[in-house]
Design a protein around this ligand. Structure first.
Ligand SMILES: *Cc1c(COP(=O)(O)O)cnc(C)c1O
Length: 225
């Protein structure tokens, strides 16, 4: 069981650590967003997070995100929802309708579907490109070598202003190497923001320039299976 006060105190501890880590590296804490990853968490925990004042949430599946947030969104107008999992083109319209940020743009076909959904709905979620920094065959994301061309096409052919880059490092490698690579790619390609770091490595990510960290279990407790 996780009580409402557990979530409030874990959230505060995370915010304090983010603040402290930012200060140690000469950064502004206000430049770092704590994204609470609410996939496979109970309704009670979502409400506890809202009651604690939290407003920015990450989800990795469109359908689950709708179930979690479509109604709550009406009660909480300043909610910010971020899609951090793979997006199928047939879900692009649903994703554009629900999310404020889509962090997993990773292929031209998806860009096309998003452009169409944005033009039809008038909603324009902010976009991040997912980079497969570990070049893992099973993982989504643009290979680092292909990133400059991909970004150029996103900007010129689709009119997208890409806000950030996102990565999920390979589990068996030191995450810092991948965070440093993502930061370098962002600098080289004039992309302002970096989504990197999870429960186990968000402090490392902040030291290497993360502007948002995606924290699930350290915020909410263990997920339901
Ligand atoms: C689940 C998930 C997270 C959060 O993971 P924790 O280890 O629970 O913090 C972060 N990013 C992505 C892309 C995820 O799918």
């Amino acid at each position: 069981m996780t009580s409402q006060s557990d979530i409030a105190s874990r959230r505060q501890a995370l915010l304090d650590t983010i603040c402290q880590t930012a200060r140690e590296t000469g950064r502004e804490a206000s430049d770092i967003t704590l994204v609470a990853v609410s996939k496979r968490q109970s309704e009670a925990r979502l409400d506890a997070a809202l009651a604690a004042g939290h407003r920015v949430f990450g989800e990795n599946r469109v359908q689950e995100a709708q179930a979690h947030w479509a109604d709550r969104r009406d009660q909480v107008p300043d909610l910010e929802l971020r899609l951090i999992g793979p997006l199928q083109t047939n879900k692009a319209a649903d994703a554009v309708a629900l999310f404020d940020v889509i962090e997993t743009l990773d292929r031209e076909k998806l860009a096309k579907a998003l452009r169409k959904a944005m033009d039809e709905s008038g909603r324009t979620p902010r976009l991040y490109v997912q980079v497969n920094t570990g070049e893992e065959a099973q993982k989504a994301g643009i290979a680092p070598a292909d990133l400059p061309d991909f970004l150029a096409r996103m900007r010129s052919d689709y009119g997208f202003q890409i806000e950030g880059l996102m990565c999920i490092p390979p589990v068996e490698e030191p995450a810092g190497l991948h965070f440093a690579l993502l930061a370098k790619l962002a600098r080289e390609n004039d992309v302002p923001r970096l989504s990197m770091g999870m429960s186990s490595d968000y402090e490392t990510a902040i030291r290497l320039g993360a502007t948002s960290v995606r924290v699930g279990t350290a915020f909410f407790g263990e997920r339901e299976s």
